[in-house]
Write a protein of this length. Sequence first.
Length: 202
Amino acid sequence: MTRFFTILIVFGFFGAAPGPGYVMASGLDDGLAAIQSGDYQAALQAFRPHAEQGDARAQYQIGQMHGRGHGTPKNYDLAAQWYRKAAEQGHAEAQFDLGSLYLRGVGVPRNNELAAKWWRRAADSGDAAAQSALGDMYLEGVGVEPDLVQAYKWLMLAEPRTRNGRIPWGAIGLRDLAKRLTVKQRVLAEREVRKWIAAHKP
C-alpha cells in the first residue's frame, strides 16, 4: 500500500466514526449537541434549515451524515451534492472530502484531476490533510504531472512544526524526498514554503 492511500485511510475516508469534522461554530450548537448524544435524526433536523439557507458549515455536516449513514441511509451521491455546496463557498474540509470522493469515484465519477483541483483549494486554505494528500499526488503523479518541488513544498507545509513557525527542513519523513531533489530544486521548494507561510500569516 502506498503512502498516498494510507493517508486516505488514516484521515477516515472509508467510513470512519465521527471526528473533529463534526465540530461546529456557535449558532448550530443544537446540531452539535445532538451528534454528541448520538441523536443523528435531531442533528439533521437542526442542520437542515441552516444548510438550505446557504450555511456552508451546515451543508458540510449534512454531507458528512449522508456519507457516513448517520441519521439517514448512507448515500454518497447526496454527500457529494452537499459537499459541493459547501466547497464552492470555500469550506476547506468540504473541498477535501469532495476531492476524496472524486479520487475514489464514489458519489461522483472517478476523476483524479478534479480530486487534485479540490485538494489544492483546501490546501491553499491551510488544510493540513489536503496539503499532505496534494504533496503525495505530486510525488506519485496522480491527477497532476509529477513534480518533486511541489511535492516537497506541500508535504513540508503539512508538517505540524512548519505550521507552528518552526520549519523542520530535516524532518525524518521528508529526508528521502529531499535527497531526490537537486540543490536548485530544494532552494526553490524552500522558497515556495516560506512564501506560502508569509502570505498566510494570521
